[in-house]
Design a protein around this ligand. Structure first.
Ligand SMILES: [Zn+2]
Length: 158
């Protein structure tokens, strides 16, 4: 069933993505970079260090509700995120994915987003970590500063 949302383009209160976009970029909102129709932010509750999320600027729940340009930009930002994370953390592998809808486990079902999770040999299995307390070797603040600096150096300062 389709219904009209109260706002499909504005900032939704209670949505971590919209609330981050309403703030100035920095360690306070965890936004790494903004494109035209999509942006990248650090996950405040990461599975591993460097856990990024890529989301559209607009509060939309479904990929097919987005403009093709926004979808294309999301994939470009994912690709750039992989490059930056390789530089900063030198991971062995990545998990890339989305939980679309509440029943799929989406933490923010109203605002579609892709997860990029760097993985190292011997780290805890991505799917089995749900509900466990993870001790990460780096603070969110440090992660933010390192990833942001590497992103700007790689893609903005040419
Ligand atoms: Zn939102």
């Amino acid at each position: 069933m389709k219904y009209i949302q109260s706002s499909t383009t504005g900032h939704e209160s209670g949505c971590i993505f919209c609330e981050a976009l309403a703030k100035e970029d920095g360690p306070g909102n965890l936004v790494i970079v903004r494109g035209k129709a999509a942006f990248v932010m650090l996950n405040l509750f990461p599975y591993t260090n460097g856990h990024l999320m890529v989301a559209p600027m607009n509060h939309q729940a479904q990929l097919d509700e987005l403009d093709a340009d926004a979808r294309a930009e999301m994939m470009e930002l994912v690709s750039r995120g992989l490059v930056v994370l390789k530089k900063v953390y030198n991971p062995n592998a990545f998990n890339l994915g989305a939980n679309i809808g509440q029943e799929a486990g989406a933490g923010v079902p109203g605002h579609v987003h892709l997860h990029i999770v760097p993985r190292w040999a011997g780290d805890t299995n991505f799917m089995s970590t749900v509900g466990e307390v993870r001790v990460l070797p780096e603070t969110i603040d440090d992660s933010y500063k390192r990833i942001r600096a590497a992103w700007l150096q790689t893609f903005m300062e040419r």
